[in-house]
Ligand binder design. Sequence first.
Ligand code: SAH
Length: 220
Amino acid sequence: MRAAKESKRSKRSRFLRDTMVDVQIASRGIRSRRVLLAMRQVPREIFLDQRFAVAAYEDTALPIPKGQTISQPYIVAKMLEAAAIAKSDRVLEIGAGSGYLAALAANLGREVCALERHEALVQRARSRLRHLGCRNVDLRHGDGTAGWPDGGEFDVILVSAASAEVPAALKTQLAPSGRLLIPLGNPDGVQPLTKLTRAPDGRFVEEEIEEVRFVPLVSG
Ligand code: SAH
């Protein structure tokens, strides 16, 4: 009886996810088959508190504890498509929040290192990633503006919070041909989601992807 009930629930979740991808994401021009597939596979409701879980597949950002938000699914898709994560890529996420974007990046790449400044969010996100069976995410408590503490280089860096400038430490941790995505601008307003690509000669090529509104990147 219990098993039958659960499978009904997971079927419904899959149906809602497929609808979300068709109606909110593919229809708005996201073409990456890998991104669309990942978003069909990773449940969003498990990253939300129960009272918001019913709204998990609505076309909107939603509250998570500590006054933070889980991003709108379409914006998550846009960010992932622009990042073009390959199966062999190492990804760094700054501002892991609920863990939803980290789970998607882990589905697309080889390894995800993620930092979150609120310890309470780190604990929640860790247990949710474990529940999902997501083993290739190393989620730590810390200030992401200083980059990943062990150093190293990343093929993709996803900054999930808005900043007036790109933290210098993150630029140095971007591998050649690496892509860094950041909502770049006034944290109180609308920011252009900006993509920086590290050219082979070391220069950064900048491109604006979409207008977004993210919570601020807080240093320290
Ligand atoms: N990608 C997340 C979005 C979380 S909102 C998700 O899928 O849920 C952005 C997060 O960035 C917040 O949780 C906030 O606490 C965190 N944050 C802000 N400044 C930070 C910093 N300097 N280092 C690490 N995390 C930071």
